[in-house]
Design a protein around this ligand. Structure first.
Ligand code: CA
Length: 231
């Protein structure tokens, strides 16, 4: 179930939002203050969308500040600001601080869930597209839809095993991976071959991707352990 942060200081509005999100099939995470919202975000890194009330009682940080900090952390989660009717200016500023959308109070359950559903769908599409098409690293571009690899715009001819190795490494940049890990990730957990299989395929792969396979720049050796992508 998708987690949605609900930052709202007025308990009756918060309850209203929470009930309607639950009905809509979401898991609401409640916060009554800006600092509580930041706390909840920290312990729930899988929150996919935040509903942020703009006006919070002083001296607490307001919804805009929470929004700004979410974006400053690099998060691309969906953000919908909850604004009061008279606060026209809030709408503008809300979008400028990195919010995706806003809902004006009072809102109906239908309006709320429609906005939330639309944004969740949009985020989902973006994520799927990113996850299923391209991974870039240095001069390399891996396309997971047509299973191809380019180096400086030139297509490299890879076997399926080599492709899977590249995908594994490029998805885990800088992470040292043991031969066992590589074997089970690429050949499957039930594969009973030798660990040497990994070395043989890496050697072949290096010939294709490295400028000098004897001095690998990208697919480097972690002595006595395995391999990693990068330094
Ligand atoms: Ca409020």
């Amino acid at each position: 179930m998708k987690k949605i942060l609900v930052l709202e200081d007025e308990a009756n509005i918060r309850d209203f939002v929470v009930i309607n999100l639950r009905r809509g099939g979401y898991e609401p995470i409640e916060a009554g203050s800006g600092s509580e919202a930041l706390e909840k975000l920290k312990v729930n890194p899988d929150i996919c969308l935040a509903l942020l009330d703009v006006m919070l009682p002083e001296p607490d940080i307001d919804g805009f500040e929470v929004c700004r900090r979410i974006r400053a952390s690099g998060s691309k989660m969906g953000i919908i600001m909850l604004t009061a009717k008279s606060q026209e200016i809030d709408k503008v500023t809300g979008l400028m601080t990195g919010a995706d959308d806003y809902v004006t109070k009072p809102f109906s359950p239908a309006e709320l869930t429609a906005r939330v559903d639309a944004l969740v769908r949009r985020l989902g599409v973006d994520e799927d597209e990113k996850a299923s098409t391209e991974i870039a690293s240095g001069p390399f571009l891996l396309n997971t839809r047509n299973r191809t690899l380019e180096k400086n715009g030139q297509r490299l001819k890879l076997t399926q095993i080599e492709y899977l190795l590249m995908k594994l490494f490029m998805e885990n940049p800088g992470k040292a991976m043991s031969r066992e890990d590589i074997l089970s990730a690429v050949w499957g957990k039930d594969f009973s071959g030798e660990l040497k299989t990994v070395d043989v395929n890496i050697r072949r792969l290096r010939i294709k991707i490295e400028s000098d396979p004897t001095e690998p720049e990208y697919l480097t050796t972690v002595w006595g352990y395995g391999y990693k992508w990068g330094y």
